[in-house]
Design a binder for this molecule. Structure first.
Ligand code: B12
Ligand SMILES: CC(C)(COP(=O)(O)OP(=O)(O)OC[C@H]1O[C@@H](n2cnc3c(N)ncnc32)[C@H](O)[C@@H]1OP(=O)(O)O)[C@@H](O)C(=O)NCCC(=O)NCCS
Ligand code: SF4
Ligand code: SF4
Length: 408
C-alpha cells in the first residue's frame, strides 16, 4: 500500500526543499513565509508545493514575446492564492505525486478565504505542457500572459486560474433570465444608435477560434458575446480621404467626418451596454480600443444570426447588405442566442471580386478566397523615387459595391 502523505512542511524538511533547483524553490528559509505542502514517504520528501497570497499583473491575451506587448494591451492586476514552487524529485515522478500535491493545495486554499487560485506556467520550463495539462485537468483555465522576473531578465508564461467558489450564483440567473436580459440589451442598444443587435455563445466562438483569438484570451468564464452593427448605411457611399505623411514612409488616413461620427456613436453604444451590465454586477470586456483584432467579429456576428459570409468574405445581412462597424462585448451574463443563417445571398453575383484591383481574391475551385495580406483597404504608399502611388485608395470597393440592401 502507498504510505505517501501530504502534510504541511516543517523545519526538518528544509534540507529536502533546498535540494530543489533554485529556479523552482527560490529563496527558502524557516519559518516559511507561506504554506508549503510536502509529499512524504517514510520520512523522505518526494515533492513539494507552496501556496500563498500574491499580487498578479498580466495581460489578457497571448503574447509571442512580452517585449512585443502592443501599446493598446490593457495591463490587468489582480490578487489571490498563488500556487508555486511545485516540484517532484525526478526519481518519484509519474507516480501521481503531483496530483496528490495539487489536490491538497486546492483543499488548503478552499478552506481559507480565497475565491480563486492562480498559477503561472513559464515558457522556459520543459515540463510546461505536462504542467498545463495537469492544471487544466483540475479546473484551471488560461487567463492570459504573465511574466516571472529572474535574477537576470525575465521569463514569459501563461497565467491560469481556478475559481474556488461558484462564480455565477443561481440567484443572479433567476433574477435576470437570459431572454429578458437579451431583450433589454436590444432595446437599449437600438435606442443608443445601433442598427442591429445579436447574441452568440462565447463557448461556440471559443471552440473554432485560433490560439490567441479566443474569448478566454480576453475574459475568463465569458458566457456570451454581444454584437452590435452600427453605421451599416455608410457602406453605400463610404469614402476615405488620405493625408500625406511628413515623409514618404508614413501615410495617414483621414476618415470622412460622417464615418468618424459613426465610430464615436458605436463606442457610445458599447458604453451604454457595458454600464447596463456592470450595474447588474455582470463582468464585461471589450478589445483594447474596441477593434484590436483578438476576436473574430465576423464569426461572432455569423453565430448570432446577423448575416452570412458572402463571396467577398465580409458579413452580409440577406436584406440589409454588408454590416459595417461591428462591435463586440463579452460578458458572463447568460443571454438568449441567435441561430446562424444559411441563406445564399450572393447567387451569381461577383461584384466584390471584380471590384478588387489588388488581387486580394483568389479563385479556389468554385469558391473565392480572400487573401488578407493582399487587401489594400488602408494602404496608400508613394514611391519616393517615381513619386507614384503604389496602392489605393481602394475605398473598400468590394464592400461598397455589394448590391445587397441597396435600392434597385
Ligand atoms: C485587422 C483587420 C483587417 C485587416 C486584415 C488583416 C488581417 N491580418 O486580418 C485589413 C486591413 C486587411 C482589413 C480589411 C478590411 N476590413 Co477589417 N478588420 C480587421 C479587424 C480589426 C481584426 C480582424 C482579425 O484579425 N480578427 C481576429 C481573427 C481571428 O478573426 P478573423 O480573421 O475574422 O477569423 C477568421 C478565422 O480565424 C475563423 N475563426 C475565428 N474565430 C472562429 C470561431 C469559430 C467558431 C469558427 C468556426 C471559425 C473562427 O473564421 C474567421 C473568418 O474567416 C476586424 C475587427 C475584428 N476584431 O474582427 C476588422 C473587420 C473584420 N474589418 C471590417 C471591414 C469592413 C474591412 C474592410 C472592408 C475595410 C473597411 N472598410 O473597414 C476590409 C475588408 C475587405 C474584405 N474583403 O473583407 C469589418 C467587417 C464587417 C463585415 N461586415 O464583415 C470588421 C469587423 C471591422 C468592424 N468593426 O466593423 N481588416
Ligand atoms: C511537472 C511535475 C510536477 C509532474 O509531477 P509528477 O509527480 O510526475 O506528475 P504525476 O505523476 O502526478 O502526473 C500528473 C499527470 O502528468 C502526466 N505526466 C507527468 N510527467 C509526464 C511526462 N514526463 N510526460 C508526459 N506526461 C507526464 C501524468 O501521466 C499524469 O497524467 P494523467 O493525469 O493523464 O494520468 C514534475 O515533472 C516536476 O516536478 N517537474 C519539474 C518542476 C515543474 O515543472 N513544476 C511545475 C511548474 S508549473
Ligand atoms: S478592401 Fe479593397 S483591396 Fe481589400 S479586398 Fe476590398 S477592394 Fe480589395
Ligand atoms: S458583392 Fe455580390 S458576391 Fe460579393 S458579397 Fe455582395 S452579393 Fe456576394
Amino acid at each position: 500500500m502507498d504510505s505517501t502523505v501530504v502534510r504541511l512542511a516543517n523545519q526538518k524538511d528544509l534540507r529536502y526543499l533546498r535540494e530543489m533547483p533554485p529556479y523552482f524553490r527560490g529563496h527558502v528559509s524557516f519559518p516559511f513565509k507561506e504554506d508549503i505542502l510536502v509529499a512524504e514517504r517514510n520520512g523522505k520528501v518526494l515533492g513539494a508545493v507552496s501556496v500563498g497570497h500574491k499580487d498578479i499583473t498580466y495581460v489578457s491575451r497571448q503574447l509571442k514575446d512580452i517585449s512585443e506587448c502592443p501599446q493598446d494591451t490593457e495591463i490587468q492586476k489582480t490578487s489571490g492564492a498563488w500556487i508555486s514552487k511545485f516540484y517532484v524529485f525526478p526519481e518519484h515522478r509519474q507516480k501521481g505525486i503531483a496530483k496528490r500535491l495539487l489536490e491538497e493545495s486546492i483543499k488548503n486554499l478552499s478552506q481559507k478565504t480565497f475565491d480563486k487560485a492562480y498559477v503561472g506556467v513559464y515558457a522556459k520550463n520543459r515540463f510546461r505542457r505536462v504542467s498545463k495539462r495537469l492544471f487544466k485537468k483540475y479546473g484551471f483555465q488560461e487567463m492570459g500572459s504573465c511574466i516571472c522576473l529572474l535574477p537576470k531578465g525575465y521569463c514569459k508564461g501563461r497565467l491560469l486560474m481556478k475559481p474556488l467558489r461558484p462564480i455565477q450564483t443561481l440567484d443572479k440567473v433567476m433574477k435576470y433570465p437570459p431572454e429578458k436580459l437579451a431583450n433589454e440589451i436590444t432595446t437599449l442598444s437600438l435606442n443608443a444608435g445601433a442598427e442591429l443587435v445579436g447574441f452568440a455563445s462565447a463557448e461556440k466562438l471559443e471552440k473554432g477560434a485560433p490560439e490567441g483569438h479566443k474569448p478566454s484570451d480576453l475574459m475568463l468564464n465569458a458566457k456570451s458575446v454581444i454584437i452590435l452593427a452600427c453605421g451599416r448605411k455608410l457602406n453605400e457611399e463610404r469614402d476615405y480621404s488620405y493625408k500625406w505623411g511628413p515623409d514618404f514612409s508614413s501615410t495617414f488616413i483621414k476618415l470622412k467626418e460622417e464615418v468618424k461620427q459613426r465610430r464615436i456613436e458605436a463606442r457610445e453604444c458599447i458604453e451604454e451596454v457595458k454600464n447596463f451590465l456592470a450595474k447588474k454586477q455582470f463582468k464585461i470586456a471589450v478589445e483594447p480600443h474596441g477593434w484590436s483584432g483578438i476576436l473574430s467579429f465576423k464569426r461572432a456576428a455569423h453565430l448570432a444570426g446577423l448575416g452570412v459570409f458572402g463571396k467577398g468574405s465580409f458579413l452580409v445581412h440577406p436584406d440589409l447588405g454588408p454590416l459595417n462597424i461591428l462591435a463586440c462585448i463579452l460578458t458572463d451574463a447568460p443571454l438568449k442566442y441567435g441561430t446562424p443563417l444559411r441563406t445564399d445571398v450572393c447567387k451569381d453575383c461577383t461584384e466584390c471580386i471584380k471590384a478588387c484591383k489588388y488581387g486580394a481574391y483568389h479563385k479556389v475551385g468554385k469558391k473565392y478566397k480572400w487573401i488578407r495580406g493582399k487587401c489594400r483597404a488602408y494602404d496608400l504608399i508613394m514611391n519616393p523615387v517615381t513619386l507614384k502611388w503604389t496602392y489605393g485608395p481602394c475605398n473598400s470597393k468590394c464592400v461598397n459595391l455589394c448590391p445587397i440592401g441597396k435600392a434597385p
